[in-house]
Design a protein around this ligand. Sequence first.
Ligand code: SAM
Length: 250
Amino acid sequence: MDLNDPELKAMLELHEGQLRQGPGSRRTTELLLSLAGPLPEEPRVLDLGCGPGASALVLAERLPGARITAVDVHAPFLRRLEEHAREAGTADRITVREGSMDALDDLPDGSVDLVWSEGAAYTVGFDRALGLWRRLLAPSGALVVTECGWIVDNPSEEARRFWDAAYPLRSTAANIAAATAAGYTVTAAYLLPDSDWLDSYYAPLEADALRADASDPYAAAAAEGALREAELYRAHGHEYGYMGYVLRPA
Ligand code: SAM
């Protein structure tokens, strides 16, 4: 991710006001956490590609003994996460780490009880992420990761064209096969509901997109892209979706 790229900068700026940087919700985080248990009383948790903290804050609240390391490459998101954690009274249990989720070589094998990553593994590639993170898990640990994929066999031309250009999607079966090949047992796969896209993510994003500075070509393009993506979801969201996968070392 080149943080000096003006297109990426405009996209990040458009997303700046939002706690949630991708589809998801408190309810989904809580549900996936319940599927990931049982965990030790004081679990060591990594939240990779944490953004401003939508999931890390819920994990800190729900796992009172947890020590959470929240990792992201975008420093302003980490500053916001720290602010939110201070407000929530969980700052003493969340440590932020500015860096890439594919540069965790300093962390010892088996040193994490719960690896969490919502809507972010795609940035380094799902298979690569799964391969890199496997060694971090304690033998009874769990990886919870959400990943977008096709949920129908024959998606429309329009949806396929969009995703082929943005991030080629695979089926749930293919993602489960990839997880199995990377050394995990898949213990749950949960399709995020429409409301995780429309209410938690697109509604605030569209409101910001409509207020974007039309005289700035990068800001205008980022806003138009966000509006188009939301439109595509309204028309074709029954063809693709985010799945939450709960994975354990095989
Ligand atoms: N998990 C958050 C959420 O659900 O709100 C953020 C999801 S957002 C779609 C993807 C996040 O991954 C962004 O916060 C971005 O800064 C971060 N990111 C992108 N590439 C990364 C990398 N190589 N290592 C760590 N974080 C990265």
